[in-house]
Design a protein around this ligand. Structure first.
Ligand SMILES: Cc1cc2nc3c(=O)[nH]c(=O)nc-3n(C[C@H](O)[C@H](O)[C@H](O)COP(=O)(O)O)c2cc1C
Length: 405
């Protein structure tokens, strides 16, 4: 298990009596780390490794967390902070909080109809929700999951152009507000801890299957409520009579498009009338290229440490990216965010907002929609508290001057 990278892990020797919340009651979770502890109790190894894992030595996975330790705050005092406004424009729409749910695939491995649970919790909290191309619920089901949802569709460019054109048309028809084109997957990230659970493709090893049986609650809920998850959005594009999980997964592996370049982004731009964001940008020159290609913004991201190991933490790029493009180009950032103080750092450096991957998935795996709601509430309160303790009442007051020299 890849639990070692979390610096706030309990029982690390120096304070052996410390522990995260026990049991499975999400209302008792005080932090994202508590939700993670509950989630890891509930999940079998195949699901836990999929959720937790990073590429190869997991240097980037750990580095994403450590990067937040490079800065400290220099708060102001005796300011009236009885009201703190946490609302923010994210890709042209008002969001109640300065963060959104990142698009993540295969959520059916964590919770039955996990994609819908994420969307419903996002709508209730008034924040946008990303949906992955390789989600297990359809675009229609997620975009229509709750009234008032700001739905962002994440596109993987796979196979022939007809595939992305079909997905983009569907997202437009279902009212998605933004399209996030993920570009850090020119080839598959190498997550060996995850791979060891499979014989090849998506066939779990005998040991992994036996281990699943030791999680009957999980097994029952996945098999009975949703059935084994499928990549429903890609099924119409897969030739042949069989369109089960294995067949579609094999098709997507065989149809990755390593030849994709900026011309594809320009073509997608021409086809998509709403906000377009390039996700997975890690270099200042690519921030500029994205803007020149007609995108409305970027997500600075290393895919949560799941793609190129030894890639730098995206938080490091925020200030430089903002200085390059000025105030009118959207800069979102993700990878490693688990605390309100970290979200506030990103905003102070110039990000418009933060995307949350695992922080939301820990909530989902711990308790479905209620668990995601708990994760959002924890981070909302942490952001509010951070602002109050900094002596600030609105997010636009944040600037690099909040940091100690
Ligand atoms: C389990 C898991 C599945 C993911 N699936 C996708 C995906 O299908 N498409 C995508 O663009 N990013 C995907 N990501 C990356 C997230 O969108 C986001 O960039 C990343 O989770 C941010 O890092 P964090 O998990 O530390 O918050 C996935 C991440 C995780 C953890």
């Amino acid at each position: 298990m890849t639990a070692d990278f979390l610096p706030d892990r309990p029982g690390a020797g120096d304070r052996p009596r410390r522990a995260f919340v026990g049991g499975r009651t999400i209302a008792r979770a005080l932090t994202i780390a508590d939700l993670r502890a509950i989630a890891l109790r509930r999940l079998p190894r195949v699901s836990a490794e999929y959720l937790e894992g990073g590429a190869e030595e997991e240097i980037t996975l750990a580095g994403n967390r450590r990067a937040f330790d490079e800065r400290t705050f220099r708060p102001r005092v005796l300011v009236d902070v009885s009201r703190v406004d946490l609302a923010r424009d994210l890709l042209g729409d008002r969001s109640a909080l300065p963060f959104a749910i990142a698009p993540t695939g295969f959520n059916g491995l964590l919770w039955p109809r996990g994609d819908v649970a994420l969307a419903r919790a996002a709508a209730a909290a008034g924040i946008p929700c990303g949906q992955s191309t390789v989600s297990n619920a359809s675009i229609a089901d997620v975009a229509g999951a709750a009234a008032g949802l700001r739905h962002w569709f994440q596109l993987y460019v796979l196979g022939e152009d007809a595939v992305w054109r079909g997905l983009v048309a569907e997202a437009e028809a279902r009212g998605s507000r933004a399209l996030l084109v993920t570009v850090d997957t020119a080839t598959h990230g190498n997550r060996e801890w995850d791979k060891r659970n499979y014989l090849g493709g998506f066939t779990p090893t005998l040991a992994a299957r036996i281990e699943m049986l030791r999680h009957p609650g999980w097994l029952r809920s996945i098999l009975l409520k949703e059935g084994w998850p499928r990549f429903v959005n890609l099924e119409p594009f897969v030739p042949g009579p069989k369109r089960d999980l294995y067949t579609v997964a094999a098709w997507s592996l065989a149809n990755m498009r390593p030849a994709t370049d900026w011309r594809t982004i320009e073509a997608i731009r021409a086809a998509w009338p709403r906000k377009l964001v390039v996700k997975g940008v890690q270099h200042p020159d690519d921030v500029r290229r994205a803007r020149d290609a007609g995108a409305d913004g970027v997500v600075l991201s290393n895919h949560g440490g799941r793609q190129l190991d030894r890639a730098a933490a995206p938080i490091r790029l925020v200030a430089e990216a903002r200085a390059l493009v000025g105030p009118d180009f959207s800069i979102l950032v993700d990878s490693g965010f688990r605390r309100g103080t970290e979200i506030v750092q990103a905003l102070a450096l110039g990000a418009d907002g933060v995307l949350l991957g695992r922080a939301m998935l820990y909530g989902l795996a711990a308790g479905g929609e209620a668990g995601v709601a708990r994760a959002i509430a924890i981070l909302a309160e942490e952001v509010r508290r951070t602002m109050a303790l900094l002596g600030l009442t609105a997010l636009d007051q944040l600037s690099p001057s909040v940091f100690a020299p």
